[in-house]
Design a protein around this ligand. Structure first.
Ligand code: ACO
Length: 336
């Protein structure tokens, strides 16, 4: 959808949080049959952050959310809505967003979680935008947060080298001017088995047998996800560009989901984007799932890589299968 003439939303603040513990490719060499060279050339990842045993998704989400509120100059009591996008909630229920609300003291906020894998932050931003432009809410905190290390089999070299933990947050507020120029979400449930945790839900409740089978760990068809990712990132980006009446060269910063440098480069190449238009931090954090786009957006905003008036294209793909793309016209908070 385009968001031309009606009430809009702007991103008032951003924040991110990552654990302090660094797990390098060299550390992984000691854990599984892999090499720094293989991981670097196949994925672009050099290191990732891993949460300790006492840290859960809500802890990272709370810190990212707190920083976004501080950045936007908004107090927790002023929030109407908290959405946490995650596939690694602290527990099945209650929602992780309720724990974040408690930690922040955001007593006026309605809370829910959403599960859209690595597309989660864009799904959350889109949902918040519609909630705000409808007039129902005015301020929302959207947090993409995951601790994939908690559901990763560190004996499986095909998955354990890819993932890291973190959280990225956006504070969104109603406005009467440009903000979100276009937004597009999609899903194809026929790909549900490409990326999943098989057990622990109502189909295969956790049992000694599911534990024995390792069904509490991430399973992934890496090659299929790779091909899907490149195709859908290009398609979704072209769709929002067309909806906003823009060309790829009009984009100041392209922030793709950080899963694999080869996926990012293939998509950027097909979109004819220059290297200077593309944000990359997969080398530092690996694939942090729903957190990845939020971490990148916050880093880009705080480092001055995005300035007021810039057009930022976010695009993600993930378990479901799901995808989402959004073009945002950035608001310079200092001149707001
Ligand atoms: N170290 C060394 N060798 C390895 C490793 C490793 N860590 N992992 C796999 N290999 C081997 C394989 O066993 C295979 O060996 P073989 O040829 O003897 O069978 C060989 O390397 C090539 O394996 P491929 O799977 O073909 O390697 P590919 O180049 O496709 O890279 C990768 C695999 C990195 C997983 C890639 O497919 C990818 O990035 N896919 C997308 C993943 C993704 O984006 N997932 C999103 C999930 S996020 C979410 O929603 C939770």
């Amino acid at each position: 959808m385009t968001n031309g003439n009606k009430r809009n939303v702007v991103i008032k603040g951003t924040g991110h949080a990552v654990p302090t513990r660094v797990l390098s490719n060299f550390d992984l060499e000691k854990m599984v049959d892999t090499s720094d060279e293989w991981i670097r050339t196949r994925t672009g990842i050099l290191r990732r952050r891993i949460a300790d045993e006492h840290t859960a998704t809500s802890d990272l989400a709370t810190e990212a959310g707190r920083l976004a509120l501080e950045d936007g100059g908004v107090s927790p009591e002023q929030l109407d809505l908290i959405i946490v996008a995650t596939i690694t909630p602290d527990m099945f229920f209650p929602a992780t967003s309720c724990l974040v609300q408690k930690n922040l003291g955001a007593w006026g906020a309605a809370c829910y979680d959403l599960s859209a894998g690595c597309s989660g932050l864009i799904y959350g931003l889109d949902m918040a935008m519609h909630s705000i432009t409808s007039g129902a809410y005015n301020r929302a905190l959207i947090i993409g947060a995951d601790c994939l290390s908690k559901i990763t089999n560190f004996q499986d070299r095909t998955t354990c080298v890819l993932f890291g933990d973190g959280a990225g947050a956006c504070l969104v507020e109603g406005a009467d001017r440009a903000g979100v120029l276009a937004s597009y979400l999609g899903a194809d449930g026929r790909g549900w088995e490409k990326l999943l945790i098989r057990a622990g839900g109502s189909r295969h409740p956790a049992s000694p047998a599911t534990l024995e089978a390792g069904w509490h760990y991430i399973e992934m068809c890496g090659n299929d996800v790779f091909k899907f990712a490149v195709r859908i990132m290009v398609e979704a980006s072209l769709k929002v560009l067309a909806d906003a009446g823009l060309e790829p060269e009009d984009i100041d910063l392209f922030i793709p989901h950080q899963a694999n440098i080869r996926i990012i480069e293939s998509a950027a190449h097909r979109l004819k984007l220059k290297d200077t238009q593309v944000y990359v931090n997969v080398d530092e954090y690996g694939n942090t799932s729903a957190a990845s786009i939020g971490i990148a957006l916050d880093e880009a905003a705080r480092s001055g890589r995005i300035k007021g008036g810039d057009r930022v294209l976010l695009v993600g793909f993930g378990a479901g299968l799901t995808w989402g793309a959004m073009i945002i016209e950035w608001v310079d908070k200092d001149n707001d």
